[in-house]
Ligand binder design. Structure first.
Ligand SMILES: Nc1nc2c(ncn2[C@@H]2O[C@H](COP(=O)(O)OP(=O)(O)OP(=O)(O)O)[C@@H](O)[C@H]2O)c(=O)[nH]1
Ligand SMILES: [Mg+2]
Length: 451
């Protein structure tokens, strides 16, 4: 997860308000100072940090928390909205009929991001996607791209022996003519020198792209601002992808610098695998960053075979307080389909599942093993039992253990887990703030009939 230390520091700052009923100026000053330190450490620039903390100070003093809202929560909401303001509003990306030109300096993650985007379009929009490798300078670029996309069904065009990038683009576009989305990877340089300018301009003209994405490594920090501005001037950047956010605690620099250049952030890369790409939306990003969770993002992560409707239905059902073993089973199935639990957990509010996102790696592995085991146990239950686990007294438990080839202890463990999950779901139902947050994150305006 990006900017891990930042969240800890923000929470630390807010902790200064613990137990306070009223704001006093001294505490607010202290909060502001601590927050400023957190921002600078995450590489936000000095001016941004100053402005943000001044606004928070003022709003803390001027705005009353709504009745029943604790001071800490109030502060968190202010910080959230101010950070979202800095990162700007999201840009939507047309799902079909696109030609995307990738540009950027050496080693920023262009080729990897080309593959990630191809997979994103294929998976989220069922688009027929093709990529063109037009980097004739980096040895093995074509193999790299083919390897990344191996098994995805995305067509890769390249001329591994060729040395004329514009010609490759021209040939490629002709060859993949029927593709819905075409993404073109280009060569980088140490800097945006004459050679690169000429080559990019020529390719841009041939490609006549609908989107021109600039790829920037988060490590470059605030230098991302001038970099984005220069590329923007040259080719008219329509969106920026900030990569390697997983590898730095100082990603705030690149993110906020880019946000001010008129080349909005459209995606962020958070890992080396082709699934480690996320459509960037500042509100979601910040709420996840601060541990407020992101239910909608979680649903977006779901692969093809996970019906979004189904995920919504389940979430609503969970929030309604009805929670059968079958619901838990579906939930487990979704989690296992989505794959790495890490990802799922990082999208949930910390308060949900009792702060599971803070689990150790070993604990997470344990949980994954449990999921497997529970699945086997449940396969030996009747529908009635799954709907009403309270039916499961010792006689039935023995039968199920025998039927599934598990121990009675395993069956009981499942019931304990169900009890625990159910309690947590009740907790969510009872927590009006969290409930409202979940509803708004799911884009559900109407009351879900939760009383
Ligand atoms: N951890 C992490 N690594 C990444 C990410 N994106 C790219 N990388 C790695 O960064 C390195 C460079 O990525 P490339 O995609 O080859 O970069 P490029 O811009 O195509 O590089 P050139 O073609 O040499 O200009 C590779 O080792 C990638 O695996 C990311 O989001 N997170
Ligand atoms: Mg490359």
């Amino acid at each position: 997860m990006a900017l891990e230390g930042f969240k800890r520091r923000v929470l630390g700052s807010i902790g200064l308000l613990k137990g306070k009923r009223k704001v006093d100026e001294e505490t607010i000053k202290e909060l502001s100072k601590s927050l400023r330190r957190a921002l600078l450490e995450a590489d936000f620039n000095v001016r941004q940090a100053k402005e943000l903390t001044e606004r928070i100070e003022r709003r803390m003093l001027e705005e009353e928390p709504r009745p029943g809202v604790r001071l800490e929560t109030h502060a968190m909401n202010l910080i959230y909205s101010e950070l979202v303001r800095i990162l700007g509003s999201p840009r939507s990306i047309r799902p079909h009929n696109q030609t995307v030109l990738m540009v950027g300096l050496y080693g920023q993650g262009k080729t990897t991001t080309t593959a990630k985007l191809a997979e994103w379009w294929r998976r989220n929009h069922s688009a027929k996607v093709a990529v063109i490798e037009a980097d004739v300078h980096r040895p093995g670029a074509y193999q790299q791209l083919s390897q990344l996309l191996g098994g995805t069904g995305v067509e890769v065009y390249g001329e591994p022996e060729g040395d004329d990038a514009p010609a490759i683009v021209r040939n490629g576009l002709r060859k993949v003519g029927t593709a819905d989305v075409v993404i073109i990877d280009t060569a980088g340089r140490d800097s945006l020198d004459e050679n690169l300018r000429d080559e990019l301009l020529e390719i841009a003209e041939i490609a006549n792209a609908t989107e021109r994405f600039l790829v920037i490594d988060a490590q470059v920090g605030q230098a991302a601002g001038p970099m984005a501005a220069t590329f923007h001037e040259l080719v008219g950047v329509t969106g920026t992808v900030v990569t390697k956010l997983d590898g730095t605690a100082r990603g705030g620099g690149a993110l906020s610098a880019v946000a001010t250049t008129g080349a909005p952030i459209v995606f962020v890369g958070e890992g080396e695998r082709i699934s480690d790409l996320e459509k960037f939306e500042s509100d979601r990003f910040i709420s996840r960053l601060l541990g407020m969770g992101d239910i909608k993002g979680l649903i977006d992560l779901a692969p093809d075979d996970l019906d979004e409707q189904e995920a919504m239905r389940l979430t609503q059902r969970l929030m309604s307080g009805r929670f059968t073993l079958t619901d838990m089973y579906t939930q487990m199935e979704m989690m296992s389909k989505i794959g790495t639990l890490d990802k799922v957990l990082s999208h949930l509010p910390d308060t949900m599942f009792g702060g599971m996102s803070n689990m150790s790696v070993a604990q997470k592995r344990q949980m994954q093993e449990n999921l497997e085991k529970f699945r086997v146990v449940m396969d030996s239950m009747t529908q009635e039992e799954k709907d009403d686990p309270l039916l499961l007294k010792s006689g039935r438990i023995r039968r199920i253990a025998r039927g599934s080839g598990c121990k009675e202890k395993d069956v009981k463990e499942l019931l304990t887990q169900w009890n625990r999950s159910k309690k947590m779901m009740r907790g969510i139902k009872g927590d009006r703030r969290l409930r409202r947050q979940m509803q708004s994150m799911m884009g559900v305006d109407e009351d879900l009939g939760l009383g």
